[in-house]
Ligand binder design. Structure first.
Ligand code: ATP
Ligand code: MG
Length: 223
């Protein structure tokens, strides 16, 4: 049976006077994908922050690749995150003055990989994802930047791949290409993939589609 790479149990979280999560549950197995949809402001990005350990919710537990992240602090938490989680943000969030290869290798160096392996892996991933060599990543197109961000998220072979609106800023063709790449990852690298998206066509590619509504995750279309 596939192991669980993410288990969220009884998660509670409030901002100001709003309850974003009430006893929220989520489980993701290695080699599988889940899409999370939901209205703007419902808490999707906040959920990713809880999973990355950037927010410490007052109730519930989050296990990433078998580790309860509430037990980790500071450098240990950052180390665990860079070793086990790959994150793709909506706008790529690359360091613009660095080359695509530097951007990808940097993530590996920060996780403790040696320089030579980091640059070799960065080169391999970028060529596999069809990103051209460039002096700085600001020379790349939006789709190329997004694929660079996917390469960066994959360089440490994470158990858990998170993506927040990874195709939000792309045209239809590029969106399909980036979605193809992302959804191939669980089968290819046996990671778990969690994609937050407003795009129903992107969501439909996932093994399961959940909606964040009334502070919990429910199967999409069930309400
Ligand atoms: N630190 C904070 N203090 C107060 N409110 C916050 C804080 N962080 C987030 N919020 C609020 O929590 C709600 C959820 O925000 P979040 O960014 O998770 O939504 P989202 O579902 O990702 O929305 P979108 O689809 O627009 O990206 C929003 O109403 C936001 O204003
Ligand atoms: Mg968001």
């Amino acid at each position: 049976m596939a192991k669980s790479v993410l288990t969220v149990k009884k998660l509670d979280y409030q901002v100001a006077d709003r309850t974003l999560f009430k006893s929220l549950e989520l489980d993701l197995a290695s080699g599988s994908s889940v899409a999370i949809t939901g209205p703007s402001g419902s808490g999707k990005s906040t959920l990713l922050s809880c999973i990355m350990g950037l927010i410490r919710p007052p109730g519930g537990t989050v296990h990433v690749d078998g580790t309860d992240i509430a037990g980790l602090r500071g450098a240990a938490l950052a180390r665990h995150r860079s070793a086990h989680i790959g994150m793709v943000f909506q706008f790529g969030e690359l360091l613009p003055e660095l080359s695509p290869r530097d951007n990808v290798a940097l993530a590996a160096l920060l996780a403790g990989m040696d320089r030579r392996t980091a640059y070799t892996k960065a080169k391999e991933l970028l060529s596999e994802l069809g990103v051209p060599d460039a002096v700085s990543s600001e020379e790349l197109s939006g789709g190329e930047r997004q694929r660079t961000a996917v390469a960066r998220a994959l360089v440490n072979a994470p158990a858990l791949l998170l993506a927040d609106e990874p195709t939000g800023a792309l045209d239809a063709g590029t969106r399909e290409r980036v979605a193809d790449i992302l959804f191939a990852m669980p089968g290819r690298y046996a990671c778990g993939l969690l994609v937050v998206t407003h795009d129903p066509e992107v969501a439909a590619r996932a093994d399961r589609v959940l909606t964040l509504a009334d502070a919990a995750l429910v199967p999409a279309g069930s309400r």
